[in-house]
Ligand binder design. Sequence first.
Ligand code: NAD
Length: 281
Amino acid sequence: MAQIINGKEIAQTIKDEMRIEVEELKKAGKSCCLAVIQVGDDPASSVYVSNKKKACAYIGIDSLSYELPEETTEEELLALIDKLNLDEAVHGILCQLPLPRHINEKTILNRISPKKDVDGFHPQNVGALVVGDFGFVSCTPAGVIQLLKRSNVEMEGKNCVVIGRSNIVGKPMALLMLRENATVTICHSKTKNLKEICKEADILIVAIGKPKFINKDYVKEGAVVIDVGIHRDENNKLCGDVDYADVEPLCSAITPVPGGVGPMTICMLMKNCLEAMKYYS
Ligand code: NAD
């Protein structure tokens, strides 16, 4: 029987640890504040933004909410970011993606001060991860590392295969596993012999964006499988990139969907915000 890596429980533990820390900081007269910007009213974005604000409230991080109309111009959004960059009371700035088509996402994300870039998307923070300096790390891959550490999964010297090379998940994930001294292989849509490569993995991290793509033919007996994907299946039930029922009997440990990687993302966002306050203010 595989160990089920319970992301919900691990995220709750980390949130409770932060809550205590924030309480102590408040006693010392220090508070932490996250500014959350949403442009337009995409329903999925509204849910994410609302969950982020709820997590802030639980931990004791103040949140400032900027709900801007769909017609907001790039210049107006840049002006808000400039203002928040200068505001000493604001420690983290989050601009919910996707942005409306007329706004260039890269221009916006690159304008957020690297010191307040709690999503870890700014090239300066990505560069810091590459060279091993302090910086903010993209929340989902940072959450995967926490899941592995807190489930006592040894990473050093292990063969780790990451499927997916996006800037948000795959690339930072591979760099983080390298930092943990794993031997890392990155696979992507042009990879040949995907099954054979995955079969070599002690730790298989899947971020493809295709429901139930990975079945038991890709998994070595005893492997640890981390499923980053989130989808709705034909019955409208949440599922991941991994065919859980097929793969689970083979693994030594596996993350379920829901309740695996998902809950860790917001948790790591909160952690980055707290770090921003402690490191830079
Ligand atoms: P993306 O579409 O940007 O990247 C997908 C990657 O998979 C690409 O690099 C591509 O090369 C690779 N890929 C596609 N088809 C492949 C194939 N047949 N074989 C091998 N590689 C293939 O997606 P993303 O933003 O990295 O997200 C990946 C998944 O993770 C999605 O399901 C997304 O919803 C989910 N996600 C979850 C969270 C979370 O909080 N749990 C956060 C971000 C993304």
